[in-house]
Design a protein around this ligand. Structure first.
Ligand code: FAD
Length: 402
């Protein structure tokens, strides 16, 4: 091994970090750099499928696969550890498994739920945040149905589910619920007309990234399946009985034994503690995806607020962007190792599809609106493609959606 191998440290094995590593391991020899990937679990999970595991339409186990199954251990050292501190100036990262120094750092620590300080929301609502939160939510929903079926004194709140937020995650979760509820009613002998699913949204418009036609399709589809929407209705608190909402300046209690917060995410809390100028866990990048003052630190995925040249607003936080950034950072690291200048990141927007359960959806693909079964099919293509991009054809066969 060459003595002067650069130490490349990648934090997070989500879409951004894992794509960086899987691309980089193909581009460099073991002599060129010492690559270490740190992740708090020994698995990668498909965060874009969390709404499915949360509703119980797939098992939480379907979301994940071992990180080691997609890395080349001759070139990459994988460490299961939780990052606790990034010291950018000393070029050291502290974890619960020791301290790691670096020449080049890639931060891909992803997203966390953001409740915007709404009283009780963290304590009383389920979050759609990671494998564990999704597993717990799906189990809780089923437990409530089982409890309703088994108890003599029926509590209708066991069959009531409140969902905060009619953005992408909220709508996808509602779509899965409308698939799951008939199964649960069947399993526990519950009259489906007693189930009450209510979605509460503070903004006047749902799914703001889509045209009115697409939004109307999503709303009609979900309403026909029994979902009630309360739009332009702010949630002011969450307690053990459900959400407290404001209607005409008056507070009202919406009752349910399951409350779900699906209305906000932020980048990792570690971002504020580690870097200057971070807002909601996101930092504005340079055009090559490094950060100001540190040409050896890349921040990508949901911890990044990348503003394309000539534009004013950062790109949204999506897996599609996280993966493209990971791929780009792998190339830039190769350039640095070869003493070449880094290149600017250029995002290619292929579109967005929002599922409505497994058989319907709405989306924009290469600038064109798609609706219904076509959208549902396209969503499965996108989901399978993401698995393929990280793990190749073998993993796509095992974990893909066809
Ligand atoms: P993550 O996927 O969050 O990965 C971060 C990784 O870092 C994780 O493995 C985590 O365990 C690890 N980590 C975090 N903190 C630490 C620590 N301190 N120490 C060690 N490891 C740590 N995007 C789309 O493009 N299309 C979609 O259809 C879509 N649907 C979505 C549906 C839902 C329900 C949700 C919640 C999100 C959806 N998204 C979608 C958004 C997408 O999931 C995120 O943008 C994407 O996951 C960001 O990738 P990332 O690699 O930055 O972070």
């Amino acid at each position: 091994m060459a003595q002067n191998r650069k130490k490349v440290l990648v934090l997070g094995a989500g879409y951004a970090g894992l794509q960086t590593v899987t691309k980089l391991q193909k581009q460099i020899s073991a002599d060129e750099a010492e690559i270490t990937l740190i992740n708090k679990n020994d698995y990668h999970y498909e965060a874009t499928w969390l709404h499915e595991a949360s509703a119980g339409t797939i098992s939480y186990e379907d979301l994940l696969y071992p990180v080691k199954s997609v890395i080349n251990e001759d070139k990459v050292n994988f460490v299961k550890a939780e990052v606790t501190k990034i010291d950018r100036n000393a070029k050291k990262v502290e974890t619960d498994a020791g301290i790691f120094d670096f020449d080049i750092l890639v931060v891909g620590l992803g997203f966390e739920s953001e409740t915007f300080g709404i009283k009780g929301m963290k304590d009383h609502a389920f979050q759609i945040e990671n494998v564990l939160t999704s597993r717990n939510l799906a189990r809780h929903i089923e437990d409530k149905f089982a409890n309703y079926a088994a108890s003599k004194e029926k509590d209708d709140r066991d069959l009531a589910i409140l969902v905060g937020g009619a953005g992408f995650t909220g709508i996808e979760f509602l779509g899965e619920l409308t698939d799951r509820i008939p199964e649960l009613c069947n399993k526990y002998g519950v009259d489906q007309s007693k189930v009450k699913i209510t979605c509460v949204e503070a903004a006047p418009k749902m799914l703001p990234m889509f045209s009115d036609d697409l939004v109307n399709h999503a709303v009609n589809y979900l309403e026909n399946k029994g979902v009630e929407f309360k739009i332009a209705t702010p949630i002011v608190a969450c307690n053990e009985n459900g959400f407290v909402v404001k209607v005409n300046d008056e507070e009202q209690q919406l009752e349910a034994n399951t409350s779900v917060w699906a209305a906000g995410v932020r980048g990792s809390q570690l971002m504020e503690a580690s870097f200057d100028g971070v807002k909601r866990g996101r930092i504005v990048n340079e055009q090559d995806l490094t950060i100001a003052g540190h040409d050896d630190i890349f921040v990508i995925g949901d911890c990044a607020a990348f503003i394309p040249a000539g534009e004013e607003r950062p790109l949204p936080t999506t897996a599609q962007i996280a993966m493209q950034q990971g791929e780009h950072v792998a190339k830039n690291i190769k350039h640095i190792l070869e003493g070449q200048p880094t290149q600017e990141f250029d995002y290619v927007d292929r579109g967005t599809v929002c599922s409505l359960g497994s058989n319907d959806g709405v989306g924009i693909v290469y600038g064109r609106d798609i609706i219904g079964k076509k959208a549902a099919f396209m969503k499965k293509v996108i989901d399978t493609r993401a698995v393929f991009k990280l793990g190749g054809i073998g993993l796509a066969f095992k974990k893909g959606k066809f």
